[in-house]
Design a protein around this ligand. Structure first.
Ligand code: GTP
Ligand code: MG
Length: 241
């Protein structure tokens, strides 16, 4: 484990802002903004809208978020997250997807606390998959509900900001830095899947493409070493399956 005193933000008071990437999430964005605003550790909720063709931006603003637009963008979750981080001077970023269902402020409080208490550098909540939760919590996490210090984000080279692979890039910084992760299940929380948003055929096609992109990150096709998963597990604490 790296020494606490080596951290770029050592000693600075924590300021947490939420960054919520959203593309055509008019159905769920208001509930998720409300949950984020109610989180006791959060200062501001920033929704990054990426050329939505629905009312996402207006609804998010009405719900109390600051909306950052990326007009003309073809859409990229990673670039949207980066735009959100660049729009704030917070010391810590709590990422929250806009398509969660059942998410409450208490879930987000529980994600923040291990990091703000100094027990981990990254803390995340996993969706509730029932009897599969034990497995989900030990797999490399893809969860969009996670808090990190902004210096962890800054360690991801901009050239590696790419769509849905961004959570794996965060994992890589954590694992390669021998940093600590706290993970737990967010009871009762799920999300609108691509199958719900785009229909079965297009949704499955998009999901398959996402997993191909993720698997292509690993050696020998990609640049991520398999052993980073070992280092991730070494730093992992799980509470509450
Ligand atoms: N701003 C922005 N947000 C995006 C983009 N793509 C995805 N998002 C948001 O990122 C969050 C997660 O995206 P999803 O497409 O649901 O991905 P997922 O939940 O990981 O995958 P599924 O299991 O297939 O639903 C949602 O809040 C999306 O609106 C994008 O291009 N731009
Ligand atoms: Mg989803």
């Amino acid at each position: 484990m790296s020494d606490q005193r080596d951290r770029p933000d050592a000693g600075a008071p924590a300021v947490v802002d939420v960054v919520m990437p959203a593309r055509n999430e008019a159905t769920t964005v208001a509930d998720n903004v409300a949950a984020a605003i109610g989180c006791r550790h959060v200062r501001t909720v920033i929704v990054v809208d990426d050329g939505s063709t629905d009312d996402t931006a207006r609804i998010a603003e009405q719900a109390g978020a600051r909306v950052v637009g990326r007009p003309g963008s073809a859409g990229s979750k990673a670039h949207a997250m980066d735009a959100g981080v660049q729009a704030t001077d917070a010391t810590h970023i709590l990422f929250v997807d806009a398509d969660c269902t059942g998410l409450t402020s208490a879930h987000l409080d529980a994600i923040c606390e291990p990091v703000l208490d100094g027990r981990a550098e990254m803390s995340l909540g996993a969706f509730d998959y029932g009897w599969l939760n034990w497995l989900v919590l030990v797999l490399p996490p893809l969860s969009g509900e996670r808090i990190i210090p902004r210096w962890v984000w800054d360690r991801i080279p901009v050239t590696k900001h790419a769509g849905y692979t961004i959570e794996t890039r965060i994992n890589e910084v954590i694992a390669e830095g021998r940093l600590r992760t706290h993970a737990h299940t967010m009871r009762g929380v799920s999300h609108r899947t691509k199958r719900v948003k785009f229909g079965v055929v297009d949704g499955l096609r998009r999901t398959a493409r996402m997993y191909v992109d993720l698997l292509s990150m690993l050696r020998p096709v990609g640049d991520i070493r398999w052993r980073t998963y070992w280092w991730y597990l070494r730093g992992l604490t799980i509470t509450g399956r």
